[in-house]
Design a protein. Structure first.
Lengths: 354, 300
């Protein structure tokens, strides 16, 4: 397995820069998930790593070797595509063995590698089938199998689960996590789904407009988002970002008020008293009880939990996660307060964490 | 529960509506295609002139006569050569050209230029193409001969359209020049429908351009290959215009094809029955090829 360094990589199409200088260090055996909204440059970055796009600026280093001008097949990478990209006229076995055939691997060795990958992915009974005879999940497994037989230094995944239905996606997510444990491989995984990012990653890279917004472990990003974009992107439902005013400060803490939602927030940089700031509080960190009143406009009852969507007194939208048994009709309204120590504070101007 | 007879009546009504919709097209086909085709088979059993009302029933004698006509074998052979070369060039070469142009080997500007240059001959009328190439192939003064002289290949110079050994090949060459670009454009459209990431997966698997062509492009466009092959073979079987314009089947019938033979029998020799016999033979060969195509497509 290999380590990878992405040093100031950029991609320019004419005058438009899709990726604007990205630095990421990926350790051996690390599972890195690159996450971001559509058009943030995550797939372009992955394709540059794969060698399917030229690198306009910066360096790509795998195991100490600069790979910018190395052809895709010689980079020691394997890629799983969003569309699976299985060769439609070849059987599962031929799909998995094609790279070995091209590399003129001896037949018995190739058969051994295919058999091992098939065993890992439970593809044994499907080896003689054509891709069109497989379900979505099976196709995805074949695509992963095709990557495994190449024994690559780095696995690249380009939104591999986005074509699957919800239940299959969950199952494949678990299987991918198991696969990573089993293969102990370096993996780079691109997705726009923050749940995939949170559940699979050792390290998450959040991208926006071709730039890195934050790099960190999933819980680190969840607990200490670097700015309002990351705060809103990671977590589901998304974090409430409320306009608030600083009531007072003391060592390492600021007291803020957002339409009656008053709380103390730990900060690294003290804001000025009276300053406009953004209070970040996740729906699961608001509890029903005394505090700010919320006019509930809609709710989603999921059984275990209930999400209430409403507005604070000044009209700011707010989402609250409640117990699944919570009864709005009996309440006749909703008042909420933040759990202590769970709120975040961001600059009102730059959106950066305070 | 609805009555069964109601259901049957509704089905009949729907079916009648369907027949009414297709009736005009069906009528057109019967009057202008199937009717004449069947009448032509009937004509082939008679010996008669277009100028006379006297029809002599000869049964299958016209077919026997055709079988024993040495020009028929020459024409059939020429049609077969025409088809073989056309399939090679218009399917084989056109597919390779399309794959190269779609592989983004060349910069966009050059690729567009090649594509346009190769496609352009297909929009010219066949008669114009025939006449232009007649001039180009004129012995001594034609551009082709001039080039041969200038490049020291004077010994290759000959009357391309005037010698029995080269006449049909010169005509076939011109036909390939005209149509290869057109077929290439069809293949380019088909290749564009092949998902791009299959090529990218191949690239990552280490496949060369040639391997990508054989493992992705060819299987990806095989439907188009089949259809284009059939169209090309049928076109070669029915060819008439370019041969008639360039050689009129000569010299000494060496470049005769079934089309020119049929035309000559009908409009030069006034043997309508014999001409219909040739037309019937063409019809049945074309029908057989068409049925093979339908069978092959069904098998896929």
């Amino acid at each position: 397995m290999a380590y990878m360094q992405i040093k100031g990589i950029a991609k320019r199409y004419g005058t438009y820069e899709a990726v604007r200088g990205i630095d990421i260090d990926i350790a051996e055996r690390e599972f890195v998930v690159i996450v971001g909204p559509s058009g943030c440059g995550k797939s372009t970055l992955l394709r540059m790593i794969a060698g399917l796009e030229t690198i306009s600026r910066g360096d790509l280093v795998i195991d100490g070797q600069r790979m910018n001008d190395v052809r895709p097949a010689d980079r020691g990478i394997a890629m799983v595509f969003q569309s699976y990209a299985l060769y439609p006229h070849k059987t599962v076995e031929q799909n998995m063995g094609f790279a070995l055939k091209v590399a003129k691997t001896p037949k018995d060795e190739a058969a051994r590698k295919i058999a091992r990958a098939a065993e890992i992915l439970q593809l044994g009974p499907l080896l003689k089938r054509l891709p069109k005879e497989l379900s979505g999940g099976q196709r995805q497994r074949v695509a992963i199998g095709r990557a495994i037989v190449r024994n690559p230094k780095v696995f690249l995944f380009d939104e591999p689960l986005s074509n699957l239905d919800a239940s299959l996606r969950l199952q494949m997510r678990i299987e991918l996590a198991q696969l990573h444990r089993e293969l102990q491989a370096t993996m780079v995984y691109v997705t726009h789904d923050q749940i995939e990012a949170m559940t699979l990653a050792d390290k998450i890279v959040v991208l926006r407009d071709g730039l890195v917004e934050q790099i960190g472990a999933p819980l680190e990003i969840y607990r200490r988002p670097a700015n309002t974009f990351v705060a809103g992107f990671i977590g589901s439902p998304k974090m409430n970002l409320l306009k608030a005013r600083v009531l007072g400060t003391e060592a390492g803490r600021a007291r803020v008020d957002a339409a009656g939602l008053v709380c103390d927030v730990a900060v690294d940089h003290l804001p000025a008293v009276g300053a406009e700031v953004t209070l970040g509080i996740r729906p699961e960190h608001l509890v029903a009880g005394l505090g700010a009143s919320v006019e509930v406009q809609a709710s989603e009852r999921l059984g275990g939990v209930t999400y209430a969507y409403g507005r604070l007194a000044d009209g700011q939208p707010v989402t609250v996660q409640l117990d699944g048994e919570h009864d709005f009709a009996a309440d006749g309204g909703l008042t909420v307060q933040p759990q202590p120590g769970r709120a975040h504070l961001f600059s009102g101007d730059s959106g950066l964490r305070l | 529960m609805p009555d069964r007879s109601d259901h049957t009546q509704a089905t009949l009504r729907q079916s009648l509506q369907g027949w009414l919709w297709v009736a005009p097209a069906l009528l057109f086909l019967v009057v202008f295609v199937y009717g004449p085709a069947l009448t032509n088979i009937r004509f082939s059993m008679f010996s008669f002139s277009a100028m006379s009302l006297d029809w002599d029933f000869v049964g299958l004698n016209n077919y026997l006569r055709l079988w024993n006509d040495p020009k028929f074998m020459t024409a059939l052979t020429n049609n077969a050569i025409y088809a073989a070369i056309s399939v090679t060039c218009q399917v084989g070469v056109a597919l390779v050209l399309a794959a190269v142009l779609e592989a983004r080997v060349f910069p966009n500007f050059s690729a567009n230029l090649f594509r346009t240059a190769l496609f352009l001959p297909s929009i010219l009328p066949v008669v114009v193409v025939g006449l232009v190439w007649q001039l180009l192939l004129t012995p001594t003064t034609g551009l082709i001969d001039q080039i041969l002289w200038e490049t020291g290949l004077a010994s290759w110079s000959r009357a391309w359209l005037g010698e029995p050994d080269t006449a049909i090949f010169a005509v076939i060459f011109v036909s390939q020049w005209q149509w290869t670009g057109y077929i290439m454009a069809l293949f380019m459209v088909a290749i564009r429908a092949v998902p791009r990431d299959l090529y990218e997966a191949m690239e990552i698997d280490g496949a060369s351009g040639v391997q990508q062509f054989w493992h992705i492009t060819v299987p990806g466009v095989r439907e188009t290959i089949l259809i284009v092959t059939i169209i090309t073979i049928l076109g070669s079987l029915k060819v008439f215009d370019i041969v008639w314009v360039m050689t009129a089947g000569g010299p000494n019938h060496s470049s005769e094809v079934l089309g020119t033979m049929m035309y000559r029998a009908a409009f030069r020799d006034d043997m309508i029955g014999y001409s219909s016999t040739i037309a019937t033979v063409i019809f049945f060969i074309a029908l057989t090829i068409g049925l093979v195509q339908i069978k092959l497509q069904k098998d896929r």
